[in-house]
Design a protein around this ligand. Structure first.
Ligand code: TTP
Ligand code: MG
Length: 362
């Protein structure tokens, strides 16, 4: 029996994702500069740019830039507010397509995923799979993506960024060093602004410089992360594509010291619980769409009611008000309440989070 030793990983990243979704919905925007951000106020708002389409990028507009600066660079661009429900819908459609083609599948953010496609057996076969994926995404979701293919997640991710937009980059194991070595250190996945600054102080500019740097020096600067940095710069990444369901729900339960039907007290507990849940969601970068309330009466009879909202929310106020709304149905009963539970489900990732912590999970 032949043992399968070669790993082939694909990384798919959607092009100018939020802007691409808007263009899909409004074909009249095609070919024109489009900027998406919080509080755009015709370009004069105080928010920052979430993303810009490639036409707007020609004017120097990029993610994270103040909207006012983007407006100064290109006053004729169309400035649109963020419409998460639309982006989640498109993202779910794309992820469904990708899942079909993968041995193992890992969604990393709203617009990117890793696919382990090792059983395809050859790079040639994987290129065919990539073509089918691009075709399906364009036909079914009317947007484009860029794909990177390599022997591990790091290489695949670096490769997908290589020829954006609508690009396909294949990096065979023997080409890995060539791909990585001349790229700026900041391009190494996991190297943020702070690490980059510290590296520059050591005279390290490129990924190749990190690869050549004495590992003990990196260790003394960054601890364990220094060792990992060295491996990554040399194209070594053993991490697996992890099928993960992610967090499904966030909830809290509270048992009253004495059974009660004091609405003011119960409402107070609901509000405190909502605050607590919202802070957990904020830490995880999650938004919710469904709020559930569980009630256990003094006789242990237990009921749950839930409400799905028209859009995604992240705030504590909406959790509290929805749960209190649901509470009304329970307080018609004369029975006292022993326990209440509030839970949010139908969770969605806010947007990508490129931090060292996240990288460790990748
Ligand atoms: P990216 O994949 O980084 O960017 P992109 O898809 O817009 O463009 P590219 O073609 O270079 O991949 O992020 C995906 C989405 O996440 C992006 O469309 C908007 C959102 N986002 C933010 O809201 N803020 C940010 O700072 C970044 C980088 C992205
Ligand atoms: Mg993208």
């Amino acid at each position: 029996m032949q043992v399968l030793t070669m790993r082939i990983i694909m990384h798919v990243d959607l092009d100018a994702f939020f802007a691409a979704c808007e263009e899909r919905e409004r074909p009249e925007l095609k070919g024109k500069p489009v900027v998406i951000g919080h509080d755009p106020e015709k370009g004069k708002g105080r928010g920052v740019v979430s993303t810009a389409n490639y036409k707007a990028r020609e004017y120097g507009i990029n993610s994270g830039m103040p909207i006012s600066k983007a407006y100064a660079l290109c006053p004729t661009a169309t400035f649109l507010p963020i419409n998460f429900p639309l982006y989640y819908r498109v993202s779910e459609g794309v992820m469904k397509i990708l899942r079909k083609y993968a041995d193992k599948f890992q969604q990393v953010s709203i617009d990117e995923a890793f696919l382990d496609v090792s059983t395809a057996g050859s790079y040639e076969k994987v290129v065919e799979i990539a073509a089918m994926i691009r075709n399906d995404i364009e036909k079914q979701e009317k947007i484009t993506c860029s794909i990177g293919i390599g022997s591990n997640k790091l290489i695949a991710k670096t490769a997908s960024d290589f020829q954006k937009p609508n690009g396909l980059t294949i990096v065979k194991p023997e080409e890995t060093q060539e791909l990585l070595s001349t790229l700026p250190a900041r391009k190494l996945y996991g190297v943020g602004e702070k690490t980059d600054k510290a590296l520059k102080e050591l005279g390290i500019e490129t990924i190749g410089d990190i690869a050549k740097c004495d590992v003990q020096l990196l260790q003394s600067m960054f601890g364990r992360w220094g060792t990992e940095l060295h491996f990554l710069a040399n194209g070594v990444d053993e991490s697996e594509v992890e099928e993960s369901e992610g967090i499904q729900s966030v909830g809290r339960e509270y048992t009253f010291k004495e059974d009660t039907n004091d609405i003011a007290l119960i409402s107070e507990i609901i509000d405190a619980t909502a605050d607590d849940i919202a802070s957990t969601l904020a830490e995880e970068g999650l938004w919710y769409r469904t709020v559930a309330l569980k009630i256990r009466y003094e006789n242990f009879e237990t009921h749950t009611r839930q409400k799905t909202l028209a859009k995604n929310y992240s705030d504590a106020g909406t959790i509290g008000s929805t749960a209190k709304d649901l509470l009304k149905k329970f307080t018609e009963s004369k029975k006292k309440i022993r326990l209440i539970g509030v839970r949010v489900t139908n969770l969605h990732q806010e947007s990508r989070q490129k931090t060292l912590g996240d990288f460790a999970k990748v």
